[in-house]
Write a protein that binds this ligand. Structure first.
Ligand SMILES: *Cc1c(COP(=O)(O)O)cnc(C)c1O
Length: 388
């Protein structure tokens, strides 16, 4: 059996995969089973934030594997303590809960918000407003939180207590912010929903209205966080600090890790016994996360991300067949004038470039470490594909 046949036979058919078997990688490029190489403008959906097999990351992870691979959270580990301290220091949040994915981080944030409200106001104030076109994960609860009708099928009954506000519609926000609401959850840049940044005025209104009512703001920074947009958190660019944020994707350089961080006000809401995870804060993943944080917070690194993002965006906007370029930093959506995003992604693959799609856009999430030379090579392939 070929690898593709094997996967077809033994893995549930939940994914539409590109017809390629990836085998190994270094830096911004990877190779398939036949040795054909690809420049990766998708970085495993934004997870390989330092590219493939970054030397410092590999060393940190391997050293941890050789030392202590897991203990559960019944015991303390130094590497989890160091990662937690550094993450709080870098983000300005007070405490963190570790889990293993974006959906789990959002589950934690939702539980936290409901308990915050329950502890203070009692029952009945449990609703969480999210945005139309949002994406918050694939568990039953985070599917319920996701503001896209296509996700609200088959799996009935869904989790109650969510309502959806039209993005950038301040009147809709105000109308739905009643006394049953305990939190508003947003992505500053909607990723899966089509790489659209929220309007500043709408974000300002959310924070202002929520503050008046002691409603928590949860920022789902699973995709936008850890330097992706050119600042460590996307919220920095909007001038706001949410009560609770969630991180995952790029946080541990390609290892499964999720984090839910809370400010001083909410830091102790989830108390002993109220939440937990067997693997959350696993030592190997924490070691990978520490290596990512060291790199991303090194002097000048994020300025470099911003600079590369501007460079890439300018090049993309000048390509034939490109209608507009959206998103923030190295989280990029490309609206096309007439070609289909899926066709472009398949043609790019043929020519040795990996790209993603989001709704009708081509989506790029290149590794934060990408070089200008690799950007040039990738854009040249994309230009070729679009010109055909
Ligand atoms: C990817 C993503 C998630 C889900 O993360 P998983 O690790 O797949 O559970 C949640 N929110 C946002 C904004 C995402 O981009």
């Amino acid at each position: 059996m070929t690898t593709q046949e094997q996967l077809g036979a033994f893995v549930m058919p939940t994914y539409g995969r590109f017809p390629v078997v990836l085998d190994h990688g270094t830096g911004e490029s990877c190779a398939d089973e036949t040795g054909k190489t690809y420049i990766d403008f998708g970085s495993g959906i934004g997870t390989n934030s330092l590219g493939y097999c970054n030397a410092d990351w590999v060393e940190a992870v391997c050293q941890q594997v050789h030392t202590l691979q897991h203990t559960s959270n019944l015991y303390y580990t130094k590497v989890q303590a160091d990662f937690a301290e550094k993450l709080c220091e870098v983000t300005g949040y007070t405490k963190v809960f570790f889990c293993n994915s974006g959906a789990e981080a959002n589950e934690c944030a939702i539980k936290l918000a409901r308990k915050y409200s329950f502890d203070k106001y009692g029952k009945g104030r449990h609703k969480i407003l999210t945005l139309v076109n949002s994406f918050h994960g694939r568990t039953l609860c985070t599917l319920s939180a996701t503001g896209q009708e296509v996700f609200h099928n088959y799996f009935f009954p869904f989790v109650e207590g969510f309502d959806f506000v039209t993005a950038n519609d301040i009147d809709d926000l105000k109308a739905k912010l009643d006394d049953t609401v305990c939190a508003v959850m947003i992505e500053y840049v909607q990723g899966e929903g089509g790489v659209n940044a929220l309007d500043q005025a709408f974000v300002d209104a959310i924070f202002e209205e929520c503050k008046k009512r002691d409603v928590l703001v949860i920022a789902d920074e699973v995709q936008t966080g850890v330097g992706r947009t050119g600042t460590f958190l996307a919220g920095e660019q909007f001038g706001h600090k949410a009560d609770v944020i969630t991180l995952a994707k790029g946080i541990a350089g390609g290892l499964p890790m999720g984090a839910c961080l809370a400010n001083e006000k909410c830091a102790n809401v989830l108390d002993k016994g109220s939440h937990g995870s067997t693997f959350g804060g696993n030592p190997v993943c924490c070691a990978g996360g520490l290596a990512v944080l060291k790199t991303v917070t090194a002097p000048g690194f994020l300025d470099g991300v911003k600079e590369k993002a501007t460079y890439l965006r300018e090049k993309l906007s000048k390509l034939p067949g490109v209608a507009s370029v959206s998103g923030l930093g190295l989280m990029i959506g490309i609206a096309l004038t007439d070609k289909k995003a899926g066709d472009v992604a398949n043609a790019a693959l043929e020519q040795g470039l990996l790209v993603l799609t989001a709704k009708d856009k081509v989506r790029l999430l290149p590794p934060l470490t990408i070089s200008k030379e690799e950007i040039d090579r990738g854009v040249a392939i994309l230009a070729d594909v679009l010109a055909q």
